[in-house]
Design a protein around this ligand. Structure first.
Ligand code: AP5
Length: 214
């Protein structure tokens, strides 16, 4: 099963993608997590990506596409994968389709987690992320057991640099300009499914499982 998670920044793509990956035993591939891991490791890719991420801009397609194509070509992706944060532009979507067409494959589902902009800024200011293991929390809806400490690995959880309200507004503009057109792109391919992302997380996941099958 090959799945794309679509949605605005903070819509809950990562939250749902992790659960999909667990339930269906497929890898969760988040381009944002890959860039943050590179930044933490001090790689050139991480340094370049940070310049764009901190401004709320997209990392250029040429830095993004090859790394995703490499990743989905790996052995553990044979039975499928869930893409979280990729594609984010029409050229990225076309590159993905072209890479899959070469091996006679195509994406099965594009799931749009729909959340209005008004809800997003609040959600993001409450998000806390562990930059060590990638776990995410929310100070109200999913707090850590010990304040400020990741339940999973014991490192500190922080407000991501790009979750500052001004940067979130920029990310939302970029989303509407460059990523939202993918909704029509996948509608035309007949693989678009929309879920209401304003509902509680368990309900959103329930709606996704209804689409994908138990
Ligand atoms: P990335 O890390 O992908 O960020 P994003 O898409 O902006 O998405 P987020 O991770 O911010 O949010 P999410 O939708 O996963 O929500 P989450 O589940 O955490 O990318 C960061 C940057 O990297 C980009 O801005 C760009 O610069 C660059 N980049 C990445 N991919 C790229 C690409 N392909 N091309 C170019 N550049 C790229 O949930 C958010 C919060 O809400 C959490 O606190 C969560 O607990 C809470 N929450 C989740 N669901 C619910 C719910 N149903 N009800 C209440 N709260 C909820």
């Amino acid at each position: 099963m090959k799945i794309i998670m679509l949605g605005a920044p903070g819509a809950g793509k990562g939250t749902q993608a992790k659960q999909i990956a667990d339930k269906y035993s497929i890898p969760h591939i988040s381009t944002g997590d890959i860039f943050r891991a590179n930044l933490k490791a001090g790689t050139e890719l991480g340094k370049k990506a940070k310049e764009y991420m901190d401004q709320g801009l997209l990392v250029p397609d040429e830095l993004t596409c090859d790394l995703v194509m490499d990743r989905i070509g790996q052995e553990d992706c044979k039975n499928g994968f869930v893409l979280d944060g990729f594609p984010r532009t029409i050229p990225q979507a076309e590159a993905l389709d072209a890479a899959l067409a070469k091996i006679n494959e195509k994406m099965d589902y594009a799931i749009d987690v729909d959340v209005p902009d008004e809800n997003i800024v609040n959600r993001m200011s409450g998000r806390r992320a562990c930059l060590n293991c990638g776990a995410t929390y929310h100070i109200v809806s999913i707090p850590t057991k010990v304040e400020g400490i990741c339940d999973r690995c014991g490192n500190q959880v922080v407000l991501r640099d790009d979750d500052q309200p001004e940067t979130v507004k920029k990310r939302l503009n970029v989303y509407h300009e460059q990523t939202q057109p993918l909704i029509d792109y996948y509608k035309k391919q007949n693989i678009l499914k929309t879920v209401d992302g304003t509902r509680p997380m368990e309900d959103v996941f329930g709606a996704i499982v209804e689409i994908l099958g138990a």
